[in-house]
Design a protein around this ligand. Structure first.
Ligand code: NAD
Length: 331
């Protein structure tokens, strides 16, 4: 049984980022533009279409006011500092990632509104976790402040569900590939950057080694997984920390070879930097059988289908690409 969004208003915090840019479009398409409010700490961009609020995820009184004034029933909280950027200022990343989640959990407890989506990441795993088909429950010893904050966040989500009945749902996203918004310097960003170089016929130097296997996913699959999870019957959600989620796994060498089938002559080289150590601490592939069993998850895109669609979309819509907020805005 599905529990669809039938009434009330949806608030998306961190809406201007890589995921929010696609999620808001799809939520508005499904539920109607009037029912989805986009919010971000940044001022409303020129030409932004639809309802928009400037909101700091760390500001509890402001969040309570928005919830009450706009009759919010569901929140997607995407605001965070991501992996590479987090390593540049660990205490700030901890503050934003933790307090940003706790403020929303508290706002939900205080107002009694119920449903929250909060994303976790494959970064919750670490060097001690099994590298391949990493299970839902295993050793978790993240070595980045980003991963530590995501693992702690998962435990807070489970705590608020258990103690206060907050209907919080979460996915451990792999690295996400998308065309609408450009990521800005994280550990998996190479898999987006390469497309822009390929279309401009620019040589590309990858910051990871050619054989670095990482779990990845095309954004349309990630958005569908997110909304499917949010629409699932509460009784079927057995994991209240965060679900493993898998799409595909590939190395830089493999995706460059796939792009070269459609863009012959693409030149690539490899110069690993500090992000190599982050990537080396993460799994190469993910076992997402709990998501498949509990709420019917199944990905649509493999590497070849994703590459073909990315190139076609970027070629057709160069104007899709909006600037990233800064380094580290992916995974
Ligand atoms: P992003 O960096 O592209 O976007 C984050 C957004 O949050 C930005 O628009 C930023 O302005 C906003 N923000 C930052 N601080 C804020 C604050 N205090 N108040 C309100 N807004 C604030 O990130 P993304 O790639 O869209 O990721 C969204 C979520 O998904 C994050 O929690 C991230 O950890 C998670 N995730 C992303 C990936 C990925 O590959 N993109 C993978 C795994 C998990």
């Amino acid at each position: 049984m599905q529990s669809k969004e039938t009434s009330g208003t949806i608030l998306v915090i961190g809406a201007l980022g890589q995921i929010g840019s696609d999620l808001v479009v799809e939520l508005r398409r499904r539920y109607g533009p009037d029912r989805v409010i986009a919010a971000d700490i940044r001022p409303q961009p020129a030409h932004y279409q639809g309802q928009y609020l400037q909101l700091d995820a760390l500001d509890l009184p402001a969040q309570l006011e928005v919830i009450r004034a706009h009759h919010i029933t569901t929140i997607y909280n995407l605001a965070a500092i991501l992996s590479a950027r987090g390593e540049q200022d660990p205490l700030n990343a901890w503050r934003i990632n933790m307090d940003g989640l706790l403020v929303t959990l508290e706002a939900m407890r205080i107002t009694g509104i119920n449903r929250l989506f909060w994303p976790s990441s494959i970064a919750v795993f670490g060097p001690g976790s099994p590298k391949l088909h990493t299970p839902q429950d295993s050793v978790m010893d993240p070595s980045t402040v980003y991963g530590i904050s995501k693992l702690a966040g998962e435990r807070w989500c489970a705590y608020y569900h258990e103690k206060y009945g907050v209907d919080v749902r979460s996915l451990r996203y792999p690295g996400l590939i998308s065309y609408r918004a450009k990521p800005g310097g994280g550990t998996t960003d190479y898999a987006v950057d390469i497309f822009h170089h390929a279309l401009r016929q620019d040589p590309y130097t990858c910051f990871l080694r050619e054989d670095t296997l990482l779990p990845m996913m095309y954004m349309p699959d990630a958005i569908r997984a997110t909304i499917d999870l949010m629409e699932a019957d509460p009784a079927s959600i057995r994991v209240r920390s965060s679900y493993n989620l898998a799409g595909m796994s590939f190395t830089p060498g493999e995706i460059f070879a796939e792009i070269r089938k459609l863009v012959p002559g693409l030149q690539t080289s490899f110069a690993p930097d500090f992000r190599q150590a982050i990537a080396d601490s993460w799994p190469g592939s993910i076992d997402d059988s709990a998501a498949r069993t509990d709420w019917g998850w199944e990905p649509s895109y493999d590497l070849a289908a994703m590459v073909a669609d990315m190139l076609a979309q970027l070629e057709a819509n160069q104007s899709f690409v909006v600037p990233a907020m800064g380094p580290g805005s992916s995974n």
